[in-house]
Design a protein around this ligand. Structure first.
Ligand SMILES: Nc1ncnc2c1ncn2[C@@H]1O[C@H](COP(=O)(O)OP(=O)(O)OP(=O)(O)O)[C@@H](O)[C@H]1O
Length: 693
């Protein structure tokens, strides 16, 4: 038999199995629908067991359908031939036949682990491992590894040449794909590591950290559904573009109980995408801001009255500026969140008024403490004063107040320099849009300020005066009470870039969680690694165990491209921190000097679009991206993306056009590391356009 006909014959064998799987799926679907309809009809009479059985079936069928909808390829993607002659098919989900035998084993099940763990040195009873590639319900190709030739039956056929390389060479789209068919052993070790504590996954660009983190989330949900399903899993990544890029991976495995949030979206109701200039972001992210914000909350609100006058039984009782300042200071020194101290503030004012009254006592005016406190405390004018002197504090408003440099300077004495104060005040003047760095500050303020007290709802339906705090702030949904969602497991991607303030924000969401923390210190854009490390340690402090995995193979870049990327940082980092790119294409990156920017950028982009099938990323300095976008208007339509250096984090394109690397490096506080990130985004082709000296 020729090689082609052997391959065709083997494909036909697998096609028969795939047909059986889909036929069974059809039955399961129909059965689930029937059960659902039937038990809706007889819902009341059904026994709890029958209802439970129905729910399980409906759930399973829905999950399967969702996974099928999310991903057209590869429901059945693997097969193991074992030494005892049995064959096991592996898929994105598990499916059994009516006799309850496995037709398809979920890739996360213990039985499937040999698919990823077996090697020729340690075959784990696997003779042949087969990767099956299909398009919808049709098998299109196979690729085998013979792991244990000694134990292979005589007639066993081995076809194909390397599923991994084939998968790595395929054109990229706007969505990351799942890698279940080709997970490598070092990756599988991290995916299947125990759930508890902190699992840290480090590795250079393209080593599959994001892919591994997502597959780990799917694995943990499958293995520990009960524990993790309740409070759920949170995946935090750098940007909305990145979240959208990875958003299909988990649904393709039937997992929907996972929240994907960019750093600007961690706080409910806010969705910030704007990015500050690096210097401003550095100040906003620094842990010094905790103290600045704490002090900001202690300052009198900008329009707070600075005198309280009360007529009481013919006497004027007055609290002056200095008195009020002292009372405010004393109230804050108790440490309770200001929004929880309204009653205490009222008491302190009344007490101070009583002291004033005592001082005015004479034979005509004999004040009584209890009476004075009750009488003044019930007056509407006293409450009006209280509301403007000690108003509920809303985080965004407090931040806006800090656009007044004088106020900010007061809050940041000995913490921020004059230049830093100036940067922050400017960034909050006329805020149109909150930035990603602001979100962590708003979250911090929310906790420091506490939730404003809830007013009891008026008993009469027609009362317009009294509303709940939630109603009054209905148009500000982010200002909900200060309890926020906590998750059972938190995955932090690109963790090297979290600022200390962001670590605090994310840490709050996982105070009792287990963690998967993924990153590459070499790609860090945070200028003070020691400060960030402290914040991170604090955020993860409740986790008792800590395990670490390092991935060393770069699956993204061709070796030719990665050589250029690595040159950018070679003298900054230990050689061991740079991964190994294993795939060669024979296509060298192009580096060109240009003087006619718009024309030459357009020409280079068109060249790359012509040469590649998939996406082309144009990466520029953050401040240049709008302009470059205009230069490229109408070029490449849906295959071309123009992104600033920070937006390129974690992303991947078939071809990359890097515009003015010197400008990009100069803009970032981590210079060549930012360049390293940009240079390591391409799978096939890289063109670098430098400014002519
Ligand atoms: N075992 C694998 N099989 C197939 N493709 C893989 C495998 N591992 C990684 N890849 C692919 O390599 C590319 C890089 O993976 P990923 O984005 O997860 O890397 P990363 O380590 O997070 O990179 P970076 O640090 O640059 O963000 C992706 O296209 C991913 O699908």
């Amino acid at each position: 038999m020729s090689e082609t006909s052997v391959r065709q014959a083997e494909i036909a064998i697998e096609q028969r199995h795939v047909d059986r799987v889909y036929a069974r799926l059809g039955e399961l679907r129909a059965e689930a629908a029937r059960m659902r309809d039937k038990s809706y009809e007889h819902g009341r009479e059904a026994t709890p067991e029958a209802l439970y059985e129905r729910d399980v079936m409906v759930h399973h069928a829905n999950r399967t359908l969702q996974a099928l909808d999310a991903e057209a390829e590869g429901l059945v993607f693997g097969r193991l031939d074992l030494a005892d002659g049995d064959a096991v098919h592996i898929g994105r989900l598990g499916i059994r036949d009516p006799e309850f035998d496995n037709l398809l084993v979920d890739w996360r099940a213990p039985l499937a682990s040999a698919f990823y763990q077996a090697t020729p040195e340690n075959p784990l009873d696997v003779v042949r491992r087969r990767v099956i590639r299909s398009s919808r319900e049709t098998v299109v190709d196979l690729s085998d590894d013979l792991l244990d030739p000694q134990r292979a039956p005589r007639d066993m056929r081995v076809v194909g040449d390397g599923a991994l390389m084939a998968s790595l060479s395929r054109a990229r789209s706007d969505s990351m794909r799942n890698i279940v068919a080709t997970i490598q052993k070092e990756q599988d070790d991290a995916i299947r590591a125990p759930e508890g504590g902190v699992t840290e996954i480090t590795g250079g660009p393209g080593t599959g950290k994001t892919a591994v983190a997502l597959h780990r989330a799917a694995y943990l949900l499958y293995r520990d559904q009960r524990k993790l399903g309740g409070a759920g899993v949170l995946v935090v990544g750098p940007s909305p573009v990145f979240m959208s890029y990875i958003s299909r991976v988990l649904p393709s495995m039937g997992e929907h109980n996972v929240e994907l949030r960019a750093l600007g979206e961690v706080l409910d109701g806010l969705s910030a995408g704007a990015i500050d200039d690096p210097r401003t972001a550095e100040v906003k992210g620094s842990s010094r801001m905790v103290q600045v914000l704490r002090r900001a909350l202690r300052l009198a609100p900008p329009d707070a009255p600075d005198e309280l006058r009360m007529f009481y039984r013919g006497v004027v009782l007055k609290l002056q500026h200095e008195d009020l300042k002292r009372i405010r200071r004393r109230l804050h020194s108790k440490g309770a969140p200001p929004n929880r101290s309204r009653m205490r503030a009222a008491d302190a004012l009344l007490e101070a008024l009583w002291h004033k009254a005592k001082q005015c006592a004479d034979e005509r005016f004999q004040p009584d403490r209890e009476r004075l406190i009750t009488e003044i405390g019930e007056r509407i004018e006293f409450h009006r004063f209280l509301v403007s002197w000690w108003p509920p504090l809303y985080p965004m408003q407090v931040l806006r107040w800090l656009s007044d440099p004088g106020r900010l300077a007061k809050a940041s004495r000995r913490l921020l320099s004059a230049e830093e104060i100036d940067l922050l005040a400017k960034s909050w003047a006329d805020v149109q849009e909150w930035t990603v760095a602001d979100v962590a500050l708003i979250d911090e303020l929310r906790v420091l300020a506490g939730a404003p007290p809830k007013r009891r709802r008026a008993p009469q339906a027609d009362s317009r005066e009294l509303t709940t705090w939630a109603e009054r702030t209905a148009d500000q949904p982010y200002q909900r009470p200060d309890n926020y969602d906590e998750y059972s497991h938190v995955v932090v991607d690109e963790s090297q870039d979290l600022s200390p303030m962001q670590w605090r924000m994310v840490g709050r969401r996982g105070r009792h969680a287990s963690w998967t923390v993924v990153g590459d210190p070499v790609q860090s854009s945070w200028p003070d690694p020691a400060e960030a490390a402290r914040a991170r340690q604090e955020a993860l402090s409740s986790a008792r165990s800590h395990r670490r995995f390092t991935l060393r193979t770069n699956y993204r870049n061709s070796a030719e491209i990665f050589a250029v990327a690595a040159d950018a940082v070679r003298d900054l980092v230990p050689a061991d921190d740079l991964p190994n790119a294993v795939r060669t294409t024979g296509v060298e990156p192009v580096v060109r000097e240009v003087s006619q920017w718009p024309q030459e950028v357009r020409a280079a982009a068109e060249e790359l679009l012509e040469a590649s099938e998939g996406t082309v990323g144009v990466i520029t300095a953050m401040r240049r991206r709008g302009e470059v976008g205009e230069w490229l208007a109408g070029v490449g339509q849906d295959r071309l993306r123009v992104v600033g250096s920070l937006e390129a984090k974690g992303m991947e394109y078939d071809a990359v056009l890097l515009v003015d690397p010197d400008e990009l490096a100069a803009e970032s506080s981590t210079g060549r590391r930012a360049l390293y990130v940009a240079l390591s985004r391409a799978t096939q082709r890289l063109t670098v356009l430098k400014a002519k000296a």
